[in-house]
Design a protein. Structure first.
Length: 473
């Protein structure tokens, strides 16, 4: 309730989408008056009272309009119209209305409706409320002094100018065509409500489509990420298996080379023993201990064999050196392969961690989407409840408008049926005025007769006893 009352009389007020709630209540209060009297619009109200009402409204305290009284409520409406930063109808509209008046009577109604269609809805709402007030407090069919005074008052407030014949004629035309203006306003309000409903439906559809698209995109991205991860995992497993196979082959080669190296060592030791034997045989030959031919032949063969074996030993030593160099290379390669294996394992572990993090992110996003969906469902429920409440309010307002229109039609019927009564009342009022004038003339004659009697008594022409006897007669 407080938010509806706030900032109505402040200087930075602007006409927005709806009339302030307090001003609406003021209009309703005045229209509900059963025995309207136009004099309440012309009563002077203390400005301190209006300032106190402004403060109460700005703070948000509830106000009982019946306690304030009719004249104070009228003063509040007048101050509201005066304190608008711009007049309800600007100079452009005033010029348009002037052009309407210049046209013949047959074209005035149509041209008036064309001008009214250019006015904003909120200005039209206030204007319709003012027209209802005028029709409630006056007789539009008869241009009496009271109707002209009220029309000129509201015309000066609407245009914020001194009341002229043009303004009075504009207001009179608008009052006559009030039903058409009100019907046009209803049509505009219905159109705006339909547009709002269509916009809300479109917004709901768009939000649903966006959520569905987000879900589809999220699922596709998840699938892509999962496929990429699975492919990378397969590639890493293939690399690991290939490296493992290469390392096993290298280990087999190393084992073969170790076997060959052991055989060569055995052969080398045997050849060394043969060399020692040959040296001992040469020493014995020099000393003359070996003299037989058989022994010489065996020695010659042994010598050739030793040369051949020495060549093989040299070749084996070279081969041994080559194998040792190859062993060093293989050891380096094995160390590299171990280092690469550890690297691959580290990469796999880091990749698995990243995968877990990404899965957690995806789960959190899914949870967020679910929470957003639940929030959206709650918002939709609240929106539907607000919409139902708004439709109920709309129905209530439509019922009130129908009641007002029925009351107005009844009032018009009564006014049309009671034209003769009004004529008789006017005759009676004229007769009363004549009687009052006649009474005033009689009183003047009495006063003159009293003055003449005083003059006669002073001069001594007539005595007081004679006057009393005349009065008794």
């Amino acid at each position: 309730m407080n938010s509806k009352y706030k900032r109505i009389f402040s200087k930075n007020i602007k006409l927005e989408k709806e009339i302030p709630f307090f001003i609406q209540e003021c209009f309703k209060f005045l229209i509900k008056i059963k025995n309207p009297n136009e004099k309440i619009f012309f009563k002077n109200v203390n400005p301190q009272v209006i300032n106190s009402i402004k403060k109460m409204v700005d703070v948000g305290t509830p106000i009982n309009l019946e306690v304030l009284g009719q004249s104070v409520v009228c003063a509040v409406i007048k101050h509201y119209l005066l304190e608008l930063p711009l007049p309800l109808f600007s100079n452009d509209y005033y010029n348009m209305f002037e052009k309407v008046i210049e046209k013949p009577e047959t074209e005035q109604k149509s041209s008036l409706m064309i001008v009214i269609q250019k006015i904003p809805i909120i200005n039209l709402k206030i204007f319709v409320q003012i027209l209802k007030l005028i029709t409630h407090f006056t007789q539009i069919d008869k241009l009496t002094n009271s109707t002209i005074s009220i029309i000129s008052l509201f015309g000066s407030l609407i245009f914020q100018k001194e009341s002229t014949e043009t303004i009075e004629f504009i207001m009179f035309l608008a009052c006559q065509n009030m039903k058409n203006i009100e019907n046009y306003l209803k049509q505009m309000i219905e159109k705006s409500n339909q547009k709002k409903e269509i916009k809300s439906q479109n917004m709901n559809q768009k939000q649903k489509e966006i959520l569905e698209n987000d879900k589809i995109i999220a699922t596709l991205l998840l699938k892509k990420e999962i496929d990429l991860v699975s492919n990378e995992k397969k590639q890493l497993s293939q690399k690991y298996q290939s490296k493992k196979f290469e390392i096993e082959e290298e280990i087999q080669q190393i084992n073969k080379i170790n076997g060959i190296y052991e055989e060569m060592n055995e052969n080398f030791e045997n050849q060394k023993e043969d060399q020692i034997v040959g040296k001992n045989y040469q020493i014995l030959q020099k000393n003359g201990k070996i003299k037989k031919k058989k022994h010489l032949k065996t020695f010659h063969y042994w010598k050739l064999n030793m040369k051949r074996k020495s060549r093989e030993i040299l070749r084996l030593e070279k081969r041994r050196e080559e194998i040792a160099f190859e062993m060093k290379d293989i050891l380096k390669k094995t160390q590299k392969s171990k280092f690469e294996k550890s690297k691959i394992q580290q990469e796999l572990s880091t990749f698995e961690k990243q995968l877990q993090i990404e899965y957690l992110k995806v789960e959190t996003e899914q949870k967020l989407n679910e929470s957003r969906k639940s929030q959206f469902d709650l918002f939709m429920k609240a929106f539907q409840e607000e919409r139902e409440r708004f439709t109920n309010l709309k129905l209530m307002k439509n019922e009130e408008m129908n009641k007002l229109s029925q009351d107005f039609t009844k009032f018009l019927e009564i006014s049309s049926n009671s034209q003769e009564l009004f004529e008789t009342i006017e005759k009676i009022e004229n007769y009363k005025i004549d009687l009052r004038n006649y009474i005033k003339i009689i009183e003047k004659q009495r006063n003159q007769s009293k003055l003449i009697e005083k003059m006669l008594i002073e001069k001594g022409l007539i005595s007081k006893d004679d006057l009393k006897s005349n009065e008794t007669n």
